[in-house]
Design a protein around this ligand. Sequence first.
Ligand SMILES: [Zn+2]
Length: 353
Amino acid sequence: MAIRKSSKLVWIVAVVASLVLAACSSFPSQMIKAPDKFGEFVQAENSFLIDIYDLSPTDLGEGESLRVVATTNIVADVVANIGGDAIELIGLIPLGADPHTYEPTPGDYQTMINVHVIFLNGVGLEEFMYQTLKQVAVDVPIVSLSEGIELSLFGGGRDEGEDHEHDEGETHYQVQGGVDPHVWFDAFNVIVWAENAAHVLGALDPANADLYETNAHEYVEKLKELDAWIQVQVARVAPEDRMLVTDHLAFSYFGRRYGFEMVGAVIPAYSMAAQPSAQEIAKLVDTIRELGAKAIFVGTTANPRLAERVAEDTGVELVPLYIGSLSEPDGPAGTYLALMQYDVNEIVQALLK
Ligand SMILES: [Zn+2]
């Protein structure tokens, strides 16, 4: 198979800085700019991604199935729904591991170079896998399931030397520039995943293309049902109570689609790899008190120590969610659909208190 190395990403970019910044009238508009981090991730992923429309059929032997790797277990679950029994699927990142900071093992490298295609979440999520992916891309096509999704992008800079006066009750926090990779928190983005997966599998394995299309169609119906269910659930929470304080910034897509505002995060960054400063923690404590936020939502892959401290200081509840990883199959979030239902129930219950 011919692999084109520097594929062009077809990202549609939405600058949704307004999610955070709209509430702060003193915020100078010139600070909302295309963040440097965005360019970095596009450049890095372009060095190993192949365009999903640039794939040709794989030479499969008699009775041989397409062998597929998916990076995160959430991506693996969605690809499993599309590939069904027609593919051999290997999920790479173990349950409970953090996808931002997961580093591939030598065994993972061996696994990856022996498959026909690798599916990523993309959008900068698997940043600690880039080195290995670059090597693997010489032999195996690597695709981003998120190709074509409208991305959430935030303007960068930590105040850039400027100190703002805060009015009482004003929502104000800033994030380092970057793009939110947690696209799966909008069920409609996962429709794009399903369609991309069906397209990629069908292009590599045309004999089963109809099956992949049928599976995708059925799964998309479930995603639409999930989306409608979420809309009904979140409608129970008064608009002024739809505030999310989280361990890191993972909910811009959720906020955009379901009407929530991310008012603060223990780690004000899109990746768990970042470290908050003492000043940022103090600011978060202030924000929680000023706005009367009711809970801090913490992913199961996060170290809860800092969040626990903030919860103690403010007296708010710490609510665990599944963010970057599914639970064990028989746990409460064993599939993507179950993860969303679990998280939405937890969020709604915490905010209704
Ligand atoms: Zn995350």
